[in-house]
Structure formats: C-alpha cells, structure tokens
Write a protein that binds this ligand. Structure first.
Ligand SMILES: *[C@@H]1O[C@H](CO)[C@@H](O)[C@H](O)[C@H]1NC(C)=O
Ligand SMILES: *[C@@H]1O[C@H](CO)[C@@H](O)[C@H](O)[C@H]1NC(C)=O
Ligand SMILES: *[C@@H]1O[C@H](CO)[C@@H](O)[C@H](O)[C@H]1NC(C)=O
Ligand SMILES: *[C@@H]1O[C@H](CO)[C@@H](O)[C@H](O)[C@H]1NC(C)=O
Ligand SMILES: *[C@@H]1O[C@H](CO)[C@@H](O)[C@H](O)[C@H]1NC(C)=O
Length: 867
C-alpha cells in the first residue's frame, strides 16, 4: 500500500494503525500537495460541504420539488461534469481527498434511480469515472438510506441540529424580550485614557520592534496585531484601555545600519520609525500612542531606574575584556570581527565574532584566532574596561515570589520559558557598554558608556507612556484603589526579558511599579513552510502587503486565523485564497448579504415584524453559546478561537436560513409570510451582533457592516453574556453591498511567485550586540531574528526610481502574450507535454518581472501625501 501524505498529518496514523493490523507493508510518500493543487482540493472540499451536501440532503429520499434546490443541484452536477471533461479525477491525474469526499456523498443518489436519471443522464463524465463506479460496492455494506426528516425539512447527516438545553432556550428567550434600553451602550473614548477607581483598567503593550528593518508578517502577528485585537476587544467591553507601542531605537544594530547607509543613527531611526508607523497604520493598529525609545523621557526614566537599583544595592562593576580597533577607534561588536575559528576541530579561517559558518558552533569573539576588524581589516586589541552588572542572583527570591503570583496568567509557552530560566538559576548580567548610541550612564566615571539595549528597551513602555501623558504614573505607579492589569504581547524569543529581566529591575526599585499580569507570547510564523528572509526576498513584509491590493482587513483576518498560538504555523498563499473565498466570502459574507438583500427586496429595507418560535430561539441559544466562547477566548487572548466562534455563528445562520427557506415562505400563506419576516428579522439581528464581534479582527468590515445595518455601536457585557434584540421591527436598514470579493486563483499564483525569492543581497548580517566575556549578555531582540538586519529597502527605493519603465512594459506585454499562448494550448486539449514548456516560459518571464520590480516601495519618495 502506498500512502501519500503531507507533513504532520494526523490522519496518516489511522492508516498506519490499520495497515499494521492488516500486516500489510506500507510505503509513505511525502507530497507537499503544494500550490494550485492544494488550493483546488480545498475548494472542492469546501464546495462539497457548503453546496453539494446541503442541496443533496433536500432531494434524497422524498425528492424535494423546490425549484431553487433543483437548479442548484443541476448546476452542481454540470460543474462536476465540466471538471471531469479532460481528466479522470477532480483536480489532476491522480486520485485525492476531494474525489473521495465528493463521490461518497453521492452514494445515496446513486441508489435512487429517479434521481440518478434526473441529474446524471446529461452528465456522463460523472458516471464513467472509476470512483463513481466504485460506489456500487457501497450497496454491499451499507443499509438502505433513510432520510432524516425534522419539521418537514430534510437534514443532511452533517447538518443535524445541535441540541440545546431548556435552560439555554429559556435564557435566549428572556434576553431577546428585554427592552431596548437594556442594550449596552459603548462609552465614548476619553481623549487621554486614564485609569479609574473601581473599573477595569487594562494596559496593553506590544513588543517594541527593532528600528533597523521592515517588519514582516510574522512580526506583525506576533506582537502589534495580536495586541491590537485584544485592545479593540477590551474597548468594546467598555474597559479603560491604554494601548502603547513604539520602536526600539538604541543598540549596535542601529549603529551598523547607520554605517551601512552612511547616515547618522538619528536619521536611521527617523527613517525606519516612519516606515513602521506607516505600516501599522495601514494594518489599522489602534495604538493610543506609537512612540519611540530615543526620547528625553527615555533617558530620564532609564537613568532614574538605574540609580535607584544602584542605591538599593543591586548593581556592581567588573572589568570586561573587549576587542578594540585602534584604527577605527571603536569597540567592535561581534559582527564586526572575523578570524580563525577557535574550535580545535575546525580550521575555518573566516569565522564571525558570534558564530562560525564552518562548523556552525557559537564563538566567543575574543577567542578568535588572528582576529581582524571587518571594517578596516586591522588587528584589534584586547582592552579591559569596567562595566556595570545587575545582580540578578540577589533579586531572584523577589522574582520567584512575584512569578508564583503572576505566571498563571501567562500564555503557556511564556510560563515554560520563564520557569526554565529560574530553574537554571540567574546570573549577573552586564548592562553597560562602550558605545555612543544609547542612554548614557549617569555616573562620573562612566560617562563614555551607554546602557545595553536589553536594559533600556522595556523601559520604553514607560517612557512612551510618559510621552503620551504627563499623568503616566497613574498607569505605571497606580494608586491602591486603581488596580491596573498589564498585558504584554510578543513572540516567544522575547519572553525572558519580560518574564525575568524587566520585572526583576522593576521589583528591585521597590517603587510599586506595575508589573505584567499576562505575558502573551506567540510561536513563530513561517512563510510557505520556510523562513521569512528580507535579504533573499522571501516572504511578505509589512510594506508589500499593501502592494498586493488585498485589503488590510483580509490580511488581518488571515494572519489571525493562522496565528501561531500553541505551535509554529505557516503563511500560505493558497490557504489564504481558500480562507478568503470559503470562510469570508461563502460563509460570513454570504450569510450577511443574503439577509440584507432579502430585507431590501422584500421588506422595503425595514426589519420586519418577528414572532419567534422554538426554532428561532434554538438558533439564538446556539449563537449565545458561540458568543460565550468568543468572549472567554478573547479574555484569554486565544485569538484564533475567537475567529472560529464568529464563523460558527454565521454558519448557524446559514443553516437556519437554508432550513427555513424564507424565499419559499414568502410565496405562501399570510402566516408563512410572517414566518419569512421573522426569519429575516432574526438574521438581520445576528448580522448586527456579528458587526460588533468582527470589530477586533476586521475593523473596517465591521464599520461597513454597521453602515449597511444603520446600527449604532453596542458594547459587550462579559459578566452577562446574552443576545438582546439589537434591531427591533421597523428599524430602517442601510444599503446592502457585498462585504468581500473573490480572490482569483491566478492572482494568488502571481503573488506567490512574486514573493518566493529574489536575487537579493545575501550578506549575512546579524544584529547581536557586543558580547562581553564575563557575563552572558543578550539583548532584547524584539523581533524574531529571521529577518536580516541588512535589508535593502533603501536600495529598492532607488531601484524603483531608476528602473527603466520601457523594459517593464516590454516584459508585461510578453507575459500577456505568453499567457494567451498557454491558455489556448490548454483549451485545445493537448497533453501536458505540449503546454508545459510554454508554461515554464511564462513563469520565467514573470520571475524576471518580479526581480526587476523588487520590493516596490513607491510612496514617500514620489511625494505621495500621507494622512
Ligand atoms: C557619506 O555622507 C557624507 C555627507 O552626507 C558624504 O560627504 C560622504 O561622501 C558619504 N560617503 C559615502 C561613502 O557615500
Ligand atoms: C418604504 O420606506 C420608505 C421610507 O424609508 C417609505 O417612504 C415608503 O413609503 C415605504 N414603502 C412602502 C411600500 O412601504
Ligand atoms: C483603518 O485605516 C485606514 C487607513 O489608515 C483609515 O482610513 C480607516 O479609517 C481605518 N479604519 C478603522 C475602522 O479604524
Ligand atoms: C437609521 O436608523 C435611525 C433609527 O432607527 C433612523 O432614524 C434613520 O432614518 C435611519 N437611517 C436611514 C438612512 O435609514
Ligand atoms: C479577497 O481578496 C481580494 C483582493 O484580491 C479582495 O478584493 C477581496 O475583498 C477578498 N475577499 C474576501 C472574501 O475578503
């Protein structure tokens, strides 16, 4: 037996276990099912679930006479027949999951002569497939099909109604019948958000991204976007919410970048600060303040905190050896030194100061053989200078006590990482070094030194708050009656600084600073199962996202849908397209649009009279269940789960509409017409609930929907979760319009190629700081380190300006021509061997164009005005 599978597919286990019992030899063939095929398979699976199965359920057994169902089914079989015109299986020349799923659902139909005749007579391609013929074996094993009938409506096996309890029904009824004045209103946002006594005061930070590069999608989902969803959720719960972010600007990496771009450190920071700010604005990240760490407030707070820790006896000094280049007159960061690998078994002559590319081992810069300065090639000298260390072992008991109280509220990975650091025992850490770009040490003999970026960066949260309001201490040194809950969002590599180092510093000052209650750390997001790499041009970076033309809400939706919550996950173009088309378009968008268009065409854009029966309350009870799940997921910042609850609500809505068929009822008796009105009224109300629930994830879509519903903002009440009638009978609705558009496969394929890698700069630069010998010194690396510090944004900008437009136009024309050649060949029905070479030629042209375009950062330089 052969098993074709992709990686990490648990379904394979079932096969392996069966095969083991059957004592059959098994060969596993890994297949990445990548690209077009995977998307096509997913689309068939989705189609089977949302179109084929529900329509079949209506005709099998009793044979529905509903014309709409009949025409849907006729269309469905035409589609199948068409797909099988030129190949034996649905997506390619090989059998795969889509065939199995589609054919097995056809089994009941294959057993019903009248139906087979009605739907299959004209569709011979369907009947002659091997898979369809295999269905006849089913008769030997399966009982005759008996349809499930309830309320006169046939349910397909997958769409059996979920059971709700009497209590749930009663609660739903009670909530629905509440007076409109019970609808919770959203508080107006304060101009400057300050905490208030006896209210929920939520302080939210997202890890400060390092300022020397452009963030990629992994960075965005890891901190800013996750924090944003949570902040928006907290606001719709009427909590006093302050959301702070900014760029981390000090450190070696900035100096390196400045050297590279021949700019001052300040100019580099200004430039990249603007890039970051712009990208986050495009993603609709709702910071109350997006600041930066190179401000006077930062200097003041950082020096102040240091002096307090020093006074409290948690600092000491110690001599440290470092390499110094007399020619360049600077201490050399690890990445500025090269030399022979110090590991005896390796003879590699060009090891870097932090790692050897020959043997892959970590290297201590001062142990390199024949070290040389990477800038001027001269031999650096070992110099000894005195540095400050923070005495973490002395702070450990304090930290341990604190962590017992705080850690239960952290994400699981944060708890694991935090605890493992304490288990290993803390060591003193160097917090100063001999550089210029940073906060100077405020002591006489140390004026030439600055603080290590890992020490100063987290203080940025406080200094940025201070830049936002003079009353910042209300958040960071709260009065006893004003308790603050601090949530910090980050990727997992940042946990040690937020779980150990920063709290230790704050506790050591003994000044009652706010410490974190919830460290919310994500795992890593990969790009199409590889890593993002700016230098190789692999992956989508913040600025690219806008250029794709895909709306920022769709990006947000997808990134949150695949948020690497408990394990690493991957960004995949084909999955993006599937989710865009199936979940957003077919599920969510379709439900809302059907309800609103129906109300427009049949009820004069007015919410009709509603007389709810048990079915309707059952729907409300099911949706209440999902609403509870939504709130509890978001309170724990399980953002992925939150989305799934939203989609479940619209799935319930779709099933409800399908089951009740208001379009049929409308043509019936007066009672049936009223029934149609009730169904549509309930659906409009569910749409209105969805508008609120969507706000944290897709703020623009939520706004658009509210306009279409002509509804006002309502709040969520986590302490009392229920569905109140938001749109009463007689409420005037707005103008409906499709919320989402289809993302074409061909466009996705184009984008996938565009971001699959360019011939970029491949120098390997990493932004680790100087690593003094004495202590393990690590810096606050605010971003996952897969992005090369040495990105080429500036160069690309130049590219865009210098590019020869004639050449681009020529290539575009050639691509269009070649596209026609391929399409015509394929349409003519010739074999793959004939069209494959032409297709390859097309792809070559497209890659050429993508290479030529590079990362198209077009704004800014061209004087395009930004808001
Ligand atoms: C760096 O910039 C300065 C002034 O902005 C200029 O004089 C100098 O030539 C530049 N150096 C390089 C290598 O581009
Ligand atoms: C439809 O609603 C508008 C106001 O929105 C009203 O003027 C009009 O009379 C209504 N038409 C019918 C047929 O009820
Ligand atoms: C989202 O951002 C865009 C552009 O920055 C802005 O025009 C829009 O109003 C924002 N929408 C919301 C709901 O915040
Ligand atoms: C929106 O709703 C309000 C309150 O129900 C109503 O007064 C107003 O006319 C509606 N607006 C439109 C454009 O129908
Ligand atoms: C899918 O992407 C396209 C952009 O290509 C966008 O216009 C559309 O709104 C997206 N669809 C959904 C369902 O969000």
């Amino acid at each position: 037996m052969l098993i074709f599978t992709n990686e990490n597919n648990p379904a394979v286990l079932k096969l392996l276990i069966s095969a083991n019992f059957a004592q059959k030899p098994v060969k596993i063939i890994q297949n990445d099912f990548s690209g077009e095929v995977e998307t096509a398979v997913n689309e068939w699976l989705e189609w089977e679930f949302t179109v084929l199965a529900p329509n079949l359920a209506h005709v099998i057994g009793a044979g529905s006479k509903n014309e709409k169902v009949k025409s849907s089914l006729t269309g469905a079989f035409k589609k199948l027949n068409e797909a099988l015109r030129s190949r034996p299986y649905l997506t390619q020349d090989k059998l795969n999951a889509s065939d199995i799923v589609v054919w097995s659902i056809l089994y009941p139909l294959s057993q019903d002569d009248a139906l087979s005749k009605e739907y299959l007579a004209e569709n011979s391609n369907v009947v002659t497939t091997k898979a369809y013929q295999a269905l006849s074996y089913g008769a030997m094993y399966l009982a005759p099909i008996t349809p499930i009938v309830e309320n006169g409506i046939r349910q397909s096996p997958q769409h059996q109604p979920e059971v709700v309890t009497n209590e749930e029904l009663e609660a739903a009824k009670k909530a629905w019948l509440l007076e409109p004045d019970q609808i919770p209103k959203l508080k107006n946002q304060q101009k400057v958000v300050l905490p208030k006594p006896n209210e929920k005061n939520i302080l939210i930070t997202s890890a400060l991204p390092y300022v020397n590069n452009v963030p990629h999608l992994g960075n965005i989902i890891g901190c800013v976007l996750s924090a944003d969803v949570f902040a928006r959720f907290a606001r719709i719960c009427n909590y006093n919410t302050l959301f702070i972010g900014g760029t981390d600007e000090y450190g070696t990496a900035t100096e390196t970048k400045a050297l590279e771009e021949n700019m001052s450190c300040q100019a580099i920071c200004d430039k990249y600060y603007a890039i970051h700010k712009d990208i986050y604005e495009w993603f609709n990240i709702s910071f109350d303040h997006f600041g930066r760490s190179s401000t006077p407030q930062q200097t003041e707070l950082c020096q102040d905190l240091f002096l307090q820790l020093n006074d409290n006896g948690f600092m000491f000094t110690e001599p440290v050896e470092q390499l110094y280049c007399e020619n360049c007159q600077r201490y050399l960061a690890d990445r500025f030194v090269e030399g022979g690998c110090p590991h005896p078994e390796c003879i590699y002559p060009d090891a870097r100061g932090d790692q050897c590319d020959g043997c892959g081992k970590l290297v201590n810069a001062i142990e390199l053989k024949n070290p040389r300065c990477k800038i001027c090639r001269n031999t650096p000298k070992l110099k000894i200078s005195s540095q400050f260390f923070i005495d973490l072992p002395k702070l450990e008991p304090l930290l341990l006590h604190w962590m017992k109280k705080s850690a239960p509220g952290w994400s699981n990975n944060a708890q694991v990482i935090g605890k493992s650091w304490l288990r290993e025992g803390l060591k003193p850490r160097c917090i100063t070094r001999d550089l210029k770009w940073g906060v100077t040490v405020p002591l006489k003999d140390f004026k030439d030194k600055v603080f290590y970026v890992w020490f100063d960066a987290p203080i940025g949260y406080m200094s940025i708050s201070k830049a936002y309001t003079q009353e910042w201490e209300k958040w960071w040194r709260p009065a006893p009656e004003c308790s603050i809950t601090l949530y910090q969002f980050m990727a997992k590599d940042n946990v040690p600084f937020h779980a150990v180092m920063f709290p230790a510093c704050l506790l050591g000052t003994n000044r009652g600073y706010t410490t974190v209650s919830h460290i919310m750390a994500t795992e890593y997001l990969n790009y199409e199962d590889g890593k993002f790499s700016k230098s190789r041009g692999v992956g989508v970076f913040g600025n690219d996202a806008r250029e794709t033309g895909i709306p920022s809400d769709v990006w947000r939706f997808y990134l949150l849908y695949v948020r690497p919550e408990s394990q690493d996950s991957s960004f995949s173009w084909s999955d993006l397209a599937t989710k865009n088309n199936s979940e957003l378009l077919n599920n969510l968008g379709n439900f809302i649009n059907r309800a609103l268009v129906f109300a427009k065409n049949n009820f004069n854009k007015t919410v009709p009279e509603m007389k709810l029966n048990k079915d309707d309350f059952t729907l409300l009870a099911l949706c209440t269940r999902e609403l509870k799940g939504y709130v509890s997921s978001l309170e724990k910042s399980k953002l992925r789960d939150g989305i799934r609850h939203i989609l479940s609500i619209s799935r319930h809505g779709n099933q409800y509409m399908q089951a009740n068929q208001p379009w049929v009822l409308l043509k019936g008796s007066p009672e049936e017409k009223i029934r149609a009105g009730t169904v549509i009224g309930v659906c409009c109300n569910i749409a209105c609930l969805l508008a609120t629930l969507l706000h944290p994830y897709m703020p623009e879509t939520s706004e658009t929907l509210k306009k279409q519903l002509n509804s006002t903002n309502t709040a969520l009440t986590p302490e009392n979760i229920r569905i109140i009638q938001l749109l009463p009978a007689g409420h005037k609705l707005g103008e409906p319009a499709a919320l989402f558009a289809k993302l074409e496969l061909s466009r996705v394929e184009e984008l996938k190629k565009m971001f699959a890698g360019r011939n970029g700069d491949t120098t390997n630069a990493c932004d680790k700081p100087v690593q003094p010998k004495k202590a393990t010194a690590t810096k606050v690396n605010n971003q996952k380190n897969t992005v090369n510090a040495n990105n080429t944004v500036e160069n690309n900008e130049n590219n865009v300006c210098n590019k020869n437009p004639g050449e681009i136009a020529k290539l575009e024309e050639a691509i269009s021509k070649q596209g026609t050649v391929v399409r015509e060949l394929k349409a003519s029905g010739v074999g793959k061997t004939e069209w494959q070479p032409e297709l390859s030629r097309l792809l070559e042209l497209k890659t050429k164009l993508a290479n030529l375009l590079g990362t198209p950062i077009v704004d800014g330089k061209k004087g395009k005005k930004k808001k």
